[in-house]
Design a protein around this ligand. Structure first.
Ligand code: AMP
Ligand code: ZN
Length: 464
C-alpha cells in the first residue's frame, strides 16, 4: 500500500500523489500567539508533524509551512490590558510556542511565516480580488463577496443561501450579503495598522493564510491541514480567496482535519476555560508521555484528555524503555519496520502503529525471558526486534532518549515539588467542592505510588 489520506474535500480516502515528487508541500494553520497554547492546540502539530517526517522519508524532501498569527484582536486586547506593544506579547508567546512544540517533539516547519511580515503580499492579494470582482471596499473595509464564487461551501458542504439566511442577525451595514467576510478592516490610532489603498488598517484572519501559503508554497499546494474546528469558516474562506485570486486554480489538493481533544466532556478551548497549558503540563509529566497520548487516538477521532490517560502513557513508556534497558548490551541502528510504514500509510493510523511498537517490545521481553542470552540465534533475534523497536519509535518521534534518561525523571527534588503542588491543588479543589478534580489527583498520585494522609496539620504525603 502507498500513502492514503482521508481528504475532507472529497470525503474519501485517497492515494496521495504530490504535484512534484521531488518535494511535496504542506501548510498547517499555526497558532495565534497571545498566551500559552493548550494541549489541544498541539494535536495538529504533533500528528501532521508525523506526516511531514513520513513525507521527508518517502520523497527525500518536503516543504512544510506553519504560520504564526501575530496580529489579531485577542492580541490587541492582551497588549492593551498589559500596557505593552503587541510585539511584546507576540514575541514572548511565539517563543513559548516553539519551546512547547520542541518539548513535545513536534517536527519543526521548514518555514514559519508571521503575518506582520507579509502585509504587502496580503494587500496585493486583496487588490487582485477587487480587480477580478470577488471583493469590494466599503467604509474602509474590504469584503469578500461569497456570491461571486460558485465553489463557496464545497469544503464544509454548506449551502450559501442557508448560510446567509442563518447570519441575518447583526449584519454589518457595509456588507452586501450577510455571508461576506472581512479581508481588511480599519484600525483606530491606538491599534496596530498598516497603510493600504483603503486607509490605515489590518488584515482579516483568513486572508493571512491564503497570502502566506502563496508566498511560501505557490498557488497550488498538496496538503492543507488543521483542526476540524477551522473547516468552516476559516478553510472555506481560504479556498474562496486563493482560488479567486488565482483564476480558479485549485488551492489545496488534500484537506486534512484533526478531531478535537476534549477535556471534561467538552472541546478544550480557551473560551470555555477547560484548558491545560503545555507549559504547565511539561513541568508535571514527562513530555514524551504527552506526545504518546496525543498519538494514541486516530487523528480524525476525538481524543478524551485526562490525567489517567497521561499516567497510562507514562506506564507504557516505562515498559518500553524497560525493554530497551534490558537490550542495552545489543548495538543496532534503528530500522523502520514495513508494518509500521503500512499503518502510517493507512491515513496515519497511529493507534495501530503504537500497537506494533508494544508488540515488538513484548516479543523482545518474551525472548529475553525464555532463551539463554548468549546463544547467537537469540542475539540476532533480539537485535532485529530492537532495530525495529527503535525504528518504529523514530517514525513516531518516540523512544529517542536513552533508558537512563527516561528513568532519571522523578529522581530529583523537582518531583517532590510537583507532588507537593498536586497535593496543594487537591486541597484547593476540595475546598471549592470540585471533588472530581480532587479524586482525580488522589488517583493519579496513588498510581504513582504516592499515599496521602489527612492529619490535623493538613495533608501529608509519602511514597508507598
Ligand atoms: P487556534 O490558535 O485556536 O487557531 O488553534 C490552533 C490550532 O489548534 C488549530 O489547528 C485548531 O484547529 C487546533 N485546535 C484548537 N483547539 C483544539 C482542540 N481542543 N483539539 C484539537 N485541536 C485544536
Ligand atoms: Zn489558516
Amino acid at each position: 500500500m502507498s500513502l492514503h489520506l482521508y481528504n475532507s474535500l472529497t470525503r474519501r480516502l485517497e492515494a496521495f500523489e504530490p504535484l512534484d515528487a521531488a518535494c511535496p508541500t504542506m501548510y498547517v494553520c499555526g497558532p495565534t500567539v497571545y498566551n500559552y497554547v493548550h494541549i489541544g492546540n498541539a494535536r495538529p502539530y504533533v500528528v501532521f508533524g508525523v506526516l511531514a517526517s513520513l513525507l521527508r522519508r518517502r520523497y527525500g524532501a518536503v516543504r512544510y509551512v506553519r504560520n504564526i498569527t501575530d496580529v489579531d484582536d485577542k492580541i490587541n486586547n492582551a497588549a492593551r490590558e498589559q500596557g505593552v506593544p503587541i510585539s511584546a506579547i507576540t514575541d514572548r508567546f511565539a517563543a513559548a510556542f516553539r519551546d512547547d512544540m520542541a518539548a513535545l517533539g513536534a517536527v519543526a516547519p521548514d518555514a514559519e511565516p508571521a503575518v506582520t511580515a507579509h502585509i504587502p503580499q496580503i494587500i496585493t492579494m486583496i487588490e487582485r480580488l477587487i480587480e477580478s470582482g470577488h471583493a469590494y471596499a466599503a467604509e474602509n473595509h474590504v469584503l469578500f463577496s461569497v456570491n461571486s464564487f460558485d465553489g463557496y461551501g464545497k469544503l464544509s458542504r454548506r449551502d450559501v443561501d442557508e448560510m446567509i439566511a442563518g447570519a441575518r442577525i447583526d449584519v454589518a451595514p457595509y456588507k452586501r450579503d450577510s455571508g461576506d467576510f472581512v479581508l481588511w478592516k480599519p484600525s483606530t490610532d491606538d491599534l496596530p495598522g498598516w497603510d493600504s489603498p483603503w486607509g490605515r488598517g489590518r488584515p482579516g484572519w483568513h486572508i493571512e493564510c491564503s497570502a502566506m501559503a502563496e508566498a511560501h508554497l505557490g498557488e497550488t499546494i498538496d496538503i492543507h491541514a488543521g483542526g476540524v474546528d477551522l473547516q468552516f469558516p476559516h478553510h472555506e474562506n481560504e479556498i474562496a480567496q486563493s482560488e479567486c485570486a488565482h483564476g480558479g486554480k485549485v488551492f489545496a489538493r488534500y484537506w486534512l482535519h484533526n478531531g478535537m481533544l476534549n477535556f471534561g466532556g467538552a472541546k478544550m478551548s480557551k473560551s470555555l476555560g477547560n484548558i491545560e497549558k503545555i507549559h504547565d503540563l511539561v513541568a508535571q509529566h514527562p513530555p514524551e508521555a504527552l506526545r504518546y497520548a496525543l498519538l494514541s487516538a486516530h487523528y480524525r477521532q476525538p481524543l478524551e484528555w485526562s490525567d489517567a490517560v497521561i499516567e497510562q502513557c507514562v506506564r507504557t513508556l516505562d515498559r518500553l524503555y524497560g525493554t530497551l534497558r534490558d537490550l542495552a548490551h545489543i548495538a543496532v541502528e534503528p530500522r523502520i519496520p514495513f508494518r509500521l510504514e503500512e499503518a502510517l500509510d493507512d491515513d496515519l493510523n497511529t493507534p495501530q502503529a503504537l500497537m506494533i511498537v508494544n508488540a515488538l517490545a513484548s516479543n523482545a521481553r518474551g525472548v529475553l525471558s525464555r532463551a539463554a542470552a548468549d546463544d547467537q540465534k537469540t542475539i540476532d533475534e533480539l537485535a532485529n526486534l530492537k532495530a525495529d523497536l527503535l525504528g518504529a519509535g523514530l517514525a513516531l518521534g518516540l523512544l529517542q532518549q536513552s533508558p537512563a534518561e527516561w528513568f532519571a525523571r522523578g529522581a530529583d527534588s523537582s518531583d517532590d515539588a510537583r507532588i507537593a503542588a498536586l497535593v496543594e491543588e487537591r486541597t484547593a479543589a476540595k475546598k471549592s467542592r470540585d471533588f472530581a478534580r480532587a479524586d482525580a489527583i488522589r488517583d493519579q498520585l496513588a498510581a504513582e505510588g504516592v499515599l496521602l494522609e489527612d492529619t490535623a496539620a493538613g495533608v501529608r504525603w509519602r511514597r508507598a
